[in-house]
Design a protein around this ligand. Structure first.
Ligand code: CTP
Length: 428
């Protein structure tokens, strides 16, 4: 006797998505295709956790079904890939993934699988864990029935993460990272044999491309508490397998906590990465960035973070002038400064970093190049030098008003030149 979950599913889904599921069902019926709700949404519905990522698998042709749905509802086709038999629909504020049921064969460990059309049973059998390998049938003969060939529902009740077959981690070692992500997110345990095989197959991570591992790291960083996952990966020595100098623990957890309070969601992922690599040397970070194909902009951010870290002793000097703090930090990205505010041990350095971020970097002379010309400074490099000089004086509180700036420009000449830093006085 199969569980019938259609009422539960339609009540669980937001009203608009429930409507769309009903349309998918009707269109699939008209086309003589069998559609199924699959994957995370069934898991989360049974756990009573919100999840609005609708995945639909079709025994037939997902692209044709998507086109029909787009014709008959307000859904819009966002993308389709005939090579993979997949389509993405946008409906109101939701995204719906449709894929043709497929069979996968792994020709080589870690490589992407060879894919051919298959049945729903074959599609469920290619998946990562039992709790992700359930489906609800939308076609009339078994409408609403739960397909659960690997007893995922029971594992949900037992709170277990279990792979479907002993080769699973060898076929796709990203499942090592995924298993720990689900374990920590859901507060589950790894089933005993799954845990043994996971530990045994850690070296299979070498078979995975840098891009795919980076993607999994990004998914970890999108979790509510990524530090819990990193901690668990650390204990299993997975983290060190990715880079021998990486470590998690209480300190990283504290830093991640602070990061969540300080920056917006779109900066959080980059900031987490800076905090994760904080214990590394520059050369190890460069190697990390190369291995995991970290984009150039983010790599610069990581290296900036470590270069500022090297200046922490200097930044801890209580006699440091504002203009000195400014010239030390003005070429670094704000987020790399923020990372040091979070991760540095020195309270004084943190104070100076904060001072730069909140105040100093926004300071500008009142006088413009044009105003300087009117004061008699010749057009050319002298204007720039004078502006720099004024900025220095302003940072060090020696010129507050426009009049004070003008007086400085007119009165200051060669003596300032001796100070010898980034700032140049006007040439008389
Ligand atoms: N999947 C898999 N092996 C992977 C990636 C994905 O078997 N390496 C399968 C799982 O069945 C998963 C589904 O593809 O449920 C969709 O993948 P994804 O969107 O990553 O997972 P969800 O469970 O939908 O979502 P989330 O992890 O965000 O909860």
């Amino acid at each position: 006797m199969h569980d019938n979950l259609i009422q539960q599913a339609l009540q669980y889904l937001p009203h608009q998505l429930a409507e769309l599921v009903t349309s998918v069902k009707s269109q699939a019926d008209c086309l003589g295709q069998k559609a199924y709700l699959v994957g995370g949404i069934i898991r989360d519905m049974l756990l009573d956790c919100p999840n609005f990522d609708l995945d639909i698998v079709v025994e037939g042709d997902a692209i044709i079904l998507a086109q029909e749905i787009a014709k008959t509802t307000e859904a819009k086709t966002l993308a389709s890939h005939s090579r993979f038999g997949t389509a993405k629909l946008g409906y109101k504020s939701f995204i719906i993934d449709l894929s043709t049921a497929r069979r996968e064969i792994y020709p080589k460990q870690g490589a992407l699988p060879l894919v051919t059309p298959g049945t729903i049973e074959e599609d469920l059998a290619r998946r990562d864990f039992t709790i992700n390998s359930m489906a609800i049938c939308l076609s009339p003969c078994h409408y609403g029935e739960l397909l659960d060939p690997f007893d995922g529902k029971e594992d949900l009740e037992q709170r277990l993460i279990r792979i479907l077959h002993p080769q699973s981690f060898q076929d796709d070692a990203t499942r090592i990272l995924r298993a720990i992500r689900y374990e920590q997110r859901l507060d589950f345990r790894l089933e005993k044999e799954t845990s043994r095989l996971l530990k045994q197959d850690i070296p299979m991570l070498d078979t995975i491309s840098g891009d795919r591992i980076r993607h999994e790291l990004e998914l970890i960083f999108r979790e509510k508490y990524p530090e819990k996952i990193l901690n668990s990966l650390d204990k299993l020595n997975v983290l060190q397998y990715l880079n021998p100098h990486l470590k998690a623990g209480r300190r990283l957890a504290n830093n991640f906590n602070k990061a969540r309070l300080l920056v917006s969601a779109n900066q959080l992922l980059s900031l987490y990465l800076c905090l994760l690599i904080y214990p590394l040397e520059e050369k190890d970070t460069e190697q990390f960035a190369r291995r995991f194909k970290i984009p150039a902009k983010q790599t610069r951010l990581l290296l900036d973070t470590l270069r500022i870290k090297k200046q922490i002793t200097l930044l801890s000097d209580p006699c440091m002038k504002n203009s000195e703090i400014y010239s030390l930090l003005c070429n670094y990205t704000p987020l790399s400064i923020q990372a040091n505010i979070i991760a540095s041990n020195s309270e004084r350095a943190r104070g100076n970093l904060n001072l730069y971020l909140r105040k100093l970097r926004h300071i500008k002379p009142v006088l413009t190049g044009e105003a300087l010309q009117k004061l008699g400074i010749p057009i050319g490099p002298e204007i720039g030098k004078t502006l720099q000089f004024l900025l220095k004086e302003k940072l060090d509180d020696k010129a507050k008003t426009r009049q004070q700036e003008e007086r400085l420009v007119l009165s200051t000449a060669k003596p300032c030149r001796k100070e010898g830093n980034n700032f140049h006085p006007p040439v008389a």
